[in-house]
Design a protein around this ligand. Structure first.
Ligand code: GLA
Length: 754
């Protein structure tokens, strides 16, 4: 489904200078990438530039060259050499650079040995292979595998197009993977210095797409701590609009995801183009509406404060950007992302497997726990059918509050009397598996590690260091730092039967400097830091293939595809309130599968917002994610505790639908704050589960009709609520009656084909 076609066109064009018709030909190599319902096309022009042709609903025509308007000014480079400037500023470019007259957002910027920034990329050739190559970055002392989607032969094809800048010897290979069964095109770029002088890369984006129109809305996911990934949608307008991170992580504030959607797009109809960067650090995502009301979308590592020196013969790999197209609304775009990430990004033992129902002691005890307390929680949890105990922050060094000991990953035996192995053995004896919390990227000033190696913290010589949560960030660009932390983690892992790690990251980077990097490479720190994190997560998941890893960053500040490559689940937010979670989980599901969202039932009044919601609703909302508890089970009211086995049974019944089925969002808390509803339908459409949550009750407004989606119209379904059987067509066209009374009430209904 990837084709490269040489096409020659004959044109006649009126030349106003000579006042005569002129005949001319243009020979191009046209690339067509087809997925089941989308087509992506661009061409190498005779003059060597790569011009974008089309991205959208699938067409099976092989010749799309007419769309390039090569017979129109200013798109005719061949007869236009006297005004290349106009050509450069108008042509939709596939990988735009700077310095030649394209004044829109460039994808690539350099500073060469002579202080010049000009890059003029010209087409050299292409290669099409089946499957998808692995993406990695070679460093001085190792090669780091970058997170990326994967696909075997028959699942995808990859096109590699080589471009080169003669002046500097810079070579850029643009990679495009088109998936066989999903409307996905994954792009990445490798820059190689084939010249005889080093140059600095000042920017290297992963994707750039020029759309022929500005008739789109831009969707972004924004927020803050405990309020992550709220959906915002606005009409495109002239100029630049977008989101980024300069914080060292993908961040609470903005997610590395944007979508362009047609003005009429809703969950079921309209066009949607999703862009998601498989990266966990500083990113940039933007839509720029140009003078001619066309739109350039750019995405990649943030070039803010970034530079990378490329010595002769060395390469730089820009992370992957995943582009999804849907002609069936925003919901279909999301389901494509969910399928892609579940099948082609998440790896390891838990890729397709049910995750254990866990109980985490953070909101139960905070730092105030000991062996006896944890064993008491484990024993009580076992009675209710909970399967794993996760010991959160506070078990190491002398950490009784958040002001010390990060970096000293040594068990605090004052708290854990008898040691870690004793605790884990007792928890195992109680029938639970055991998991543990680490924050491996951090160092407290009050730690033995900091006292021995103050230079291991990220810092700028001569400046005071900014504390955040009383901690500094470790310089993960340094191998000796990573080796030290990893050997400490390994010693803990090997000392007891630990089956889960929560990998946390609780502050952002300030004073971005390294005591080890040379002056000319200081600006590489942001990216080297992320590569360091990937290196350690690669090591951990390779050495412990059965480990269940859950990433976390002050809640959901690193909910990105880069992290999903290493961990099948990510802690979605520190806000565990069921009503706040409606928005957080809804926004997150725009591109991330629900099966990857860490979601727990916690105590009330909720510790973040002080709200009290029914225990059943807390369970019904958490059931959409990985499911677990975050409360002191030995102290909650008996009637709540009695609901736990019932909730776990319900979770187990419906979890295969969440893990493998298709999600349909039926409510919209962002425009209608009264209720939310969603459903999951099995791929064979034999089973479905529906959930509705009411926010505030209103008089005479307790019953509403909700239309289901995703069912097979011709199948008949039995409702677990009413015992009645209706056709899929009826349930989808006419709907079901939902009666909810009371604030924060909810209902879960199963539908089974009969
Ligand atoms: C972060 C996490 C929480 C908890 C604390 C521990 O805030 O998001 O879940 O682990 O750290 O300090």
């Amino acid at each position: 489904m990837i084709k490269a076609l040489p096409i020659t066109k004959h044109y006649t064009r009126w030349n106003w200078r000579t006042q005569q018709n002129e005949d001319y030909t243009e020979s191009v190599v046209q690339f067509i990438l087809n997925t089941p319902k989308s087509t992506y096309s661009f061409a190498a022009l005779e003059c060597g530039y790569l011009a974008h042709i089309y991205y959208g609903k699938r067409t099976d025509d092989e010749d799309l060259v007419y769309l390039m308007r090569l017979d129109e000014n200013p798109f005719t480079p061949k007869v236009n050499s006297c005004d290349m400037g106009t050509f450069m500023d108008n042509t939709p470019f596939e990988y735009p650079t700077t310095g030649k007259g394209d004044y829109r957002e460039p994808a690539l910027m350099i500073m060469d040995s002579e202080g010049q920034s000009l890059v003029d990329l010209k087409y050299k050739g292409y290669e099409i292979t089946s499957g998808k190559p692995q993406v990695s970055q070679e460093l001085e002392d190792m090669t780091v595998t970058l997170p990326a989607t994967f696909a075997g032969e028959g699942e995808a094809q990859t096109l590699a197009v080589t471009l080169a800048d003669e002046r500097t010897g810079l070579e850029a290979v643009l990679y495009y993977t088109a998936f066989e069964k999903l409307d996905v095109i994954a792009r990445s770029v490798i820059i190689t210095n084939k010249g005889d002088k080093a140059f600095d890369i000042r920017r290297v984006f992963s994707t750039s797409v020029d759309f022929d129109s500005d008739a789109y809305d831009l969707i972004t996911l924004n927020g803050t701590w405990a309020r992550e990934r709220a959906i915002e949608r606005s009409k495109l307008h002239h100029g630049k609009q977008g989101v980024d991170s300069r914080r060292g992580e993908s961040s609470h504030q903005n997610n590395p995801f944007i979508a362009l959607v047609s003005h009429n797009a809703d969950e079921e109809t309209g066009e949607a183009y999703g862009f998601n960067l498989v990266y966990s650090g500083n990113f940039f995502a933007q839509a720029e509406v140009t003078q001619f009301r066309r739109t350039r979308v750019s995405m990649g590592i943030n070039s803010f404060d970034f530079s990378w020196t490329l010595e002769c013969g060395r390469s730089f790999t820009a992370p992957e950007a995943v582009m999804v197209y849907s002609c069936e609304g925003i919901g279909c775009m999301s389901r494509t992302y969910h399928d892609l990430y579940r099948q082609h990004l998440i790896r390891g033992e838990y890729k397709d497997k049910a995750r254990p129902v866990l109980i985490n002691n953070w909101e139960a005890t905070y730092f105030d726990f000991d062996t006896d307390k944890l064993i008491a929680i484990a024993k009580e949890a076992a009675k209710s059918g909970i399967e794993m105990l996760v010991m959160d922050d506070g078990w190491f060094g002398k950490r009784n509050t958040d002001n010390c000991s990060l970096g000293d990953w040594v068990v605090n035996e004052d708290k854990l009397k008898g040691g870690l192995k004793h605790l884990v053995d007792e928890v195992n004896k109680a029938g639970l598996r055991f998991g543990i919390w680490f924050e491996p990227e951090m160092i407290s000033p009050d730690s033995d590690l900091y006292r021995a190696h103050p230079d291991w913290a990220i810092q700028v010589k001569g400046s005071s260091q900014t504390l955040s949560r009383t901690q500094y960030v470790l310089d993960y660009s340094r191998k000796e730092v990573r080796d030290n932390i990893y050997s400490q983690i390994k010693a803990i892992m090997d000392s007891a039967n630990i089956e889960y790690i929560k990998w946390d990251m609780n502050r952002q980077i300030t004073e971005p400097g390294s005591a080890a990097l040379p002056a000319g490479r200081q600006r590489e720190l942001w990216h080297r830091y992320v590569l360091g994190v990937y290196d350690l997560q690669n090591r951990l998941t390779t050495d412990y293939p059965h480990l269940l890893l859950e990433n976390c960053s002050g809640g959901g500040a690193r909910f990105d595809p880069g992290m999903l490559y290493f961990s099948p689940q990510i802690w979605t937010s520190d806000d565990t309130d069921a009503i706040e979670r409606l928005k957080i989980q809804h926004g997150t599901s725009l591109c991330y599968p629900c099966s990857s969202m860490g979601a727990h039932v916690s105590d009330c009044p909720n510790h973040t917002v002080g709200r009290t919601t029914p225990f059943s609703t807390r369970g019904n909302v958490a059931m959409v994610g990985t499911f677990g508890y975050e409360l002191d089970i030995t102290r909650i009211p008996e009637e709540d505790r009695a609901q736990i086995p019932v909730q776990i049974e319900q979770f187990k019944k419906y979890n295969p639908l969440v893990r493998e089925g298709d999600q349909y969002r039926l409510g919209d808390m962002f425009s209608d704050n009264s209720h939310d509803a969603w459903m999951f339908v099995s791929k064979d459409k034999k089973e479905a589960v529906f959930t509705a949550v009411q926010v505030l009750n209103r008089p005479n407004f307790h019953s509403r009709r909700i239309k289901l989606r995703g069912l097979c119209p011709d199948k008949n379904y039995l409702s677990s609520q009413t015992g009645e059987v209706h056709s899929g067509a009826t349930l989808m066209n006419c709907g079901i009656n939902i009666e909810l009374s009371g604030d924060f009430s909810s209902v879960v209904i199963g539908f089974t084909e009969v």
